[in-house]
Design a protein around this ligand. Structure first.
Ligand SMILES: [Zn+2]
Length: 62
């Protein structure tokens, strides 16, 4: 089961192919080959990457 790398919540909603939304901390997650990519949805609807905030180890798919 996938967890949010930010808050460790499992309360993730599927919003597309390989894309999830964390209902706990409101970030978007997309599933890459081996890692989870994290994005924040800005007020204008654009996405900014949060990957820098998380150790790659945390984003690894187990
Ligand atoms: Zn979260």
């Amino acid at each position: 089961m996938m967890k949010c790398p930010n808050c460790q919540s499992k309360d993730l909603g599927k919003i597309g192919v390989n894309q999830y939304y964390c209902w706990n901390c409101f970030i978007e997650l997309s599933i890459g080959k081996e890692t989870i990519h994290t994005h924040q949805v800005e007020e204008d609807g654009s996405l900014s990457s949060l990957d820098d905030l998380f150790d790659e180890q945390l984003r690894k798919l187990s």
